[in-house]
Design a protein around this ligand. Structure first.
Ligand code: GCW
Length: 664
């Protein structure tokens, strides 16, 4: 059901009002696949909400209903347009309005009808007064894409919700109903693309039988306005094509990609394109041949261009060059390539410069490639934030990232203004509830909503999700909204307060491990990221240290160069400070660190209390599911606090600050 449960409206008077206003659905859509989905979804959703099927319109004289259609195709809509000034809605936008007793849903292209239909269903679920409807919506970006890190053998990298939902073994003959449910869920929140394979890619996906399987998925997704993408392993021409090189400038390699892409489009005419991880963490890439990322990306881009496909090339690269701050690497590698990519290449940048930490400053690269369209990569699966166990509402983090102003001295420098699309690393798996932890659904939902409208407030998304998922009881909605709003600050406090980062236990990244210092590569060691000694702690990224700060635009860098003006939440990302350093509020760094860990624990306690208050107002199964997870989270928040503080005490030689309880 996810957020598409569509609860019957309990109040019979209210229900009757909606029934009277929505007696029929009249579609003048041209009858394409996507428009048909829109009508079907409306019919299905409204029957669930109102308990009756709306008729096929246009009903009897005097009856009111929904008219949906494309501009210029229906007398009723054109009658409205004669007096109303509706702007160009683009290929995915819509206009939803109440007019002379009817609800009108208008678009310039079919996907707009689909998104408008789901919007109308949300309005009815939330009991919005139809007479107040007047919405003109367009997505902020053309690319709103899920990235699955799903392997062809059914496992999921950093997936905490079971196995992959793609059953490659039984495709293309067996079509699991889940594929359809998945497409509906994504369409309902505006997601219009999905990369179904892992960035740590397998060239097998390009073998003909696998392409047939991929085609079967694309055929399911198409009526929901979703394009299929695949990850491309750079060495595929060798592994699959039998060539002895994958050099992107080699004519045989160029020809191989061109032909492969033609094979794909012969099956999937609207194929989205390739997502590529190259020369990163052991993945093959153009560097093997002395070529740049741009040269590598362009050969794929040229093959895709005639068919309208794109290449999304990841900037997540780092090597083990001794002594180099990993923070700097993506910027150092990619900025010289600005302007050298074909125009159907987008560079995809993780929100932070290191790796999906609970809180990272945003990557300086977002403000440094003005001639290259950029995608923001967010992680929905919670690799470093308690994975499938902890309840952490990621909308708060996404909101913070999207709203960060990298050029505070001039307009246009907020991250959401610097990008052309958003990708989210999926948290979906075979778990009964799709995401393992039920609240993981909220993160998937929030990703979609923010990819559509990046300036939506996290709190609004939390409340909307709570209502769609748990029903209309305002107390339930308020409580869940409060829990979600508390959860992100709580997690940062009990894991990595004041700008600590990458101190998770190594490899699996679950639980604390700031003491680990014996791994082969410097930057794999949690210790590397804080370097605590008897006197001080933190990573100096100012000009006296790695100078990563100089990668940011002037106004931003200036503020962060001085610990006194650096936002406290990022302090230890940029500065190495004595334990006795005095913070704005008067506490020493040591004391504040202790109090933050303690606060994180208390905040989880508060979340658990709020949840207990909902007993009896939520079905027993979901109540128990969340309670049990919260109990683990509470214990583990204490574990984080106790382990980190015990370790930092052992290095600094300081006693526990007053107000922090001693470990048992
Ligand atoms: O966060 C790291 C993960 C890897 C992942 C990599 C990446 C897909 O630990 O599991 O590999 O990032 O983003 O490529």
């Amino acid at each position: 059901a996810l957020w598409l449960g569509h609860q019957l409206i309990e109040d019979s008077i209210v229900r009757q009002d909606y029934r009277a206003a929505l007696t029929f659905i009249d579609g003048s859509t041209g009858g394409g696949e996507v428009a048909t989905t829109a009508t079907n979804e409306l019919r299905r959703g409204l029957s669930e909400l109102l308990g009756v099927q709306p008729l096929r319109g246009p009903g009897e004289a005097g009856a009111h209903g929904i008219y949906l259609g494309l501009r210029g195709r229906s007398a009723r809509l054109d009658h409205y347009l004669a007096t109303a000034d509706v702007p160009d809605l683009g290929s995915e936008g819509y206009h939803l309005v109440y007019h002379d007793g009817d609800v009108l849903l208008l678009a310039d292209d079919e996907p707009g009808l689909l998104y408008g239909a789901f919007d109308l269903l949300r309005q009815v679920q939330a009991l919005t007064d139809l007479r107040s409807l007047n919405r003109t919506e367009q997505p902020a970006y053309a690319h709103r894409i899920l990235n699955h890190w799903d392997n062809l053998d059914g496992t999921v990298e950093r997936g905490y919700a079971g196995f992959s939902i793609w059953n490659w073994h039984q495709l293309p003959e067996y079509i699991d109903q889940r594929y359809v449910d998945y497409a509906r869920a994504n369409a309902s929140i505006g997601i219009n693309g999905t990369v179904v394979t892992n960035v740590n890619a397998n060239s097998l996906i390009f073998r003909e039988d696998y392409l047939d399987k991929a085609k079967a998925l694309a055929d399911i997704f198409r009526p929901y306005g979703i394009k299929l993408y695949l990850t491309a392993r750079f060495s595929s021409p060798m592994e699959l094509g039998g060539l002895d090189t994958a050099d992107p400038l080699d004519p045989a390699v160029i020809a191989w990609w061109k032909e492969k892409v033609e094979e794909i489009y012969a099956r999937i005419p609207d194929f989205g394109g390739f997502l590529v991880k190259a020369n990163s963490e052991g993945q093959p890439g153009p560097w093997e041949y002395g070529r740049t990322h741009a040269e590598g990306a362009n050969v794929l881009a040229d093959a895709l261009a005639p068919h309208g496909g794109i290449v999304v090339w990841r900037a997540f690269v780092y090597s083990d060059e001794a002594g180099r701050d990993r923070f700097r690497e993506a910027y150092d590698e990619f900025t010289p390539l600005d302007g050298r990519f074909r125009n159907n290449v987008l560079v995809q940048i993780k929100n932070g410069p290191i790796d999906f930490q609970p809180r990272e400053p945003v990557s300086p690269l977002f403000a440094a490639m003005p001639r290259t369209p950029l995608m923001l990569e967010l992680q929905i699966t919670k690799e470093y934030l308690g994975q499938g166990t902890h309840l952490v509402g990621l909308a708060s983090m996404y909101e913070e990232v999207l709203g960060t102003d990298l050029r505070p001295t001039e307009p246009g420098g907020e991250v959401h203004q610097l990008i052309s699309g958003i990708a989210g690393v999926s948290n979906i798996g075979t778990a009964r509830n799709w995401t393992g932890n039920l609240f993981g659904q909220a993160d998937w939902f929030a990703f979609g909503r923010l990819a559509w409208a990046p300036q939506t407030a996290a709190r609004e998304i939390f409340a909307e999700w709570a209502g769609l998922t748990f029903g209309r009881d305002p107390e339930v909605i308020d409580s869940i909204t409060q829990m979600l709003a508390l959860s992100y600050p709580a997690c940062v406090n009990y894991m990595t307060p004041l700008g600590l980062h990458h101190i998770m236990n190594t490899g699996h990244h679950y639980g604390p491990g700031p003491w680990i210092d014996d791994l082969g590569r410097a930057d794999w060691n949690p210790y590397y990221y804080h370097g605590a000694t008897r006197d001080s702690i933190g990573f100096d990224r100012t000009s006296t240290g790695s100078d990563a700060l100089s990668q940011y635009p002037e106004g931003f860098a200036r503020r962060y160069a001085d610990p006194a003006t650096t936002p406290e939440k990022f302090l230890l990302w940029f500065h190495r400070l004595p334990w006795d350093y005095e913070l704005a509020g008067g506490n020493t760094l040591w004391r504040e660190l202790g109090l933050r860990y303690q606060l994180g624990v208390e905040q989880v306690g508060e979340m658990a209390d709020i949840w207990s208050g909902l007993e009896g107002r939520i079905d027993a199964e979901r109540f128990r599911h969340v309670s049990q997870h919260l109990a683990i989270q509470q214990r583990e928040a204490e574990w984080w606090r106790d382990a980190c503080l015990a370790y930092f005490r052992s290095v600094s030689g300081r006693p526990l600050p007053e107000g922090v309880p001693a470990p048992p």
